[in-house]
Design a protein around this ligand. Sequence first.
Ligand code: SF4
Length: 171
Amino acid sequence: MQTVTGSLIGMYHICKRELWLHANHIRMEHNSELVAEGKQLHEHAYPQRAERYREIILDGSKIDFYDPYDKVVHEMKKSDKMEHSHVAQVQFYLYLLRKNGVEGATGLLEYPKLRQTQTVQLTNDDVPVVEGWIRDIKRIVDREQCPGRIAKSKCRSCSYFDFCYVEEINE
Ligand code: SF4
């Protein structure tokens, strides 16, 4: 049974093909400069983070930075654009916390490049929505066929770009 993680939730909101490839262990992250950049950002942008925040694992899914004192999930994004997939990922973490008995937690998306933050909530109405994402992800991942590509204009920063457009690259 596929463990649904925050990363899969994010991919689900961007590209079902990426979700399927990643969940089926076809990995190309080493090709992506953006992934490396994101790791660097996590390590250097806020060196004091480790002192206050905890890494926790709930239902097999890891939350990197949780502040247990204020009950806040912190999620840092390297992106220079705020996206719904980021909010969805944090809502999923809040859902996991709630499911495991932590009521009233909130999320904070941090965008160092933009110097902006965004608060994320999980309302009662959001809970069945998140559960729908989880069901849908499991259904997609179990398919034998890899879903089709999305519009190429949205693919430029994806680590699977070479994989998805190999025939064009070889032309
Ligand atoms: S390159 Fe585009 S179509 Fe292929 S997995 Fe990435 S986002 Fe999806």
